[in-house]
Design a protein around this ligand. Sequence first.
Ligand code: HMG
Length: 420
Amino acid sequence: MVDFSGFYKKTRQERIDILSNARQISLESQEIIKTDTNLPETIAGKMVENHLGTFALPFSVLPDIVVDNMHYSVPMVTEEPSVVAAASLGAKIIAKSGGFITTVHNRLMIGQVALYDVADTSAACFSISQKKAELLEMANAAHPSILKRGGGAQDLTVEEKGEFLIVYLHVDVQEAMGANMLNNMLEAIKEPLEELSQGQSLMAILSNYATESLVTASCQVSISTLNIKQDLAKEIAQKISLASQLAQVDPYRATTHNKGIFNGIDAVLLATGNDWRATEAGSHAWACQKDHYRGLSTWTIEEDALVGSLTLPLPVATVGGSIGLNPKVQVVFDILGHPSSKELASIIASCGLSQNFAALRALVTTGIQQGHMKLHAKSLAMLAGATGNEIDIIATQLRQEKHSNLETAQNLLFNLRNKK
Ligand code: HMG
């Protein structure tokens, strides 16, 4: 097992070498990281419309997280300082208690055909259910390759909601996210459904409320590992548990609590070429399942452990979309050890819970500014105009200032330059 302590203090080249050895990264991937090869213009220009160029963001790595007894290094793409540090710290503390254990509850995607102007909804429901097997066959015929891969349309259900009779198609999409697959299938059964229901179809589209792609990540953190002083360790555990309760009762806090979770999740979704808008939309809907918007994770105390749990819809893909086109995304999968879509969902949920743990730990102890501003200082120095060696000098001075803001950074830079 590789010891990643102090990984962040190494040079970029040293980090690449350590990671390449620890995770057996291919020579091709190492070359892409070293030369910082990005999406070629020839591909970027064909992926989207009105293309002007490519747009870079920092590409980092959480060096070591233990998920289901396996060690992973997890690439993260984010513009925000302290996110990678927090996820790394959370993963490091939680690894001391065995890491994360996950459950992938199911892996189906749901799509819908919304019918309206249906005169007799009971008769329509009956006709549709009588033809369920044929409708599933038609759906599968619209995307036959998924059957060869062991997936395909598995079920069809009907519900009346307000003005609408809604037909839901439940599809095993295997390693893909499945949007195009579902949409092909849904459009193929749209007209037959109009005939069977004697109604009109308004639309046929995949739903991003992926309630049949649920993943739970959980961990049991020994309270004794939270601080050397045991009374302080207990107090930290109690306060993290209270913070979790606060996110259950107050939507203002729940939103920020969940933003912290998504600091970890979005960074990995972006790095793996996944659709983060779809996951965000689905998860925020999931957070509203009960009476109001709530924190997605909970932290409770059970005997000597602080128990964390996060359940959310994570319909992630390892193939399809832009995944095969972007050379950096290929490197990301190489670093991750080419997980299946279920394993990837487990890793991503664990990163979200890790990030949440670190943020709550900071909030109930030192406050967020100490750790976050320490790492934000370099960005402030650059915003103030510092370049080269000036960046580290100004960042170090800023960390000692009472008011660590842009104005202070500008004053420090002025003083530094006028001393020379
Ligand atoms: P620390 O205790 O000062 O860190 O925490 P440390 O210097 O003792 O190092 C401990 C470990 O942290 C290291 O282990 C690394 O794993 C990691 P080691 O390598 O030494 O064995 N670490 C780093 N990794 C990479 N680069 C670094 C680095 N420093 C430490 N530079 C830390 C410092 C910032 C991690 C801590 O204060 C923290 O977790 N703060 C929370 C930061 C956070 O959540 N940031 C996100 C932005 S704020 C936000 O958007 C979310 C929020 O609103 C959500 C919410 O309200 O719930 C807060």
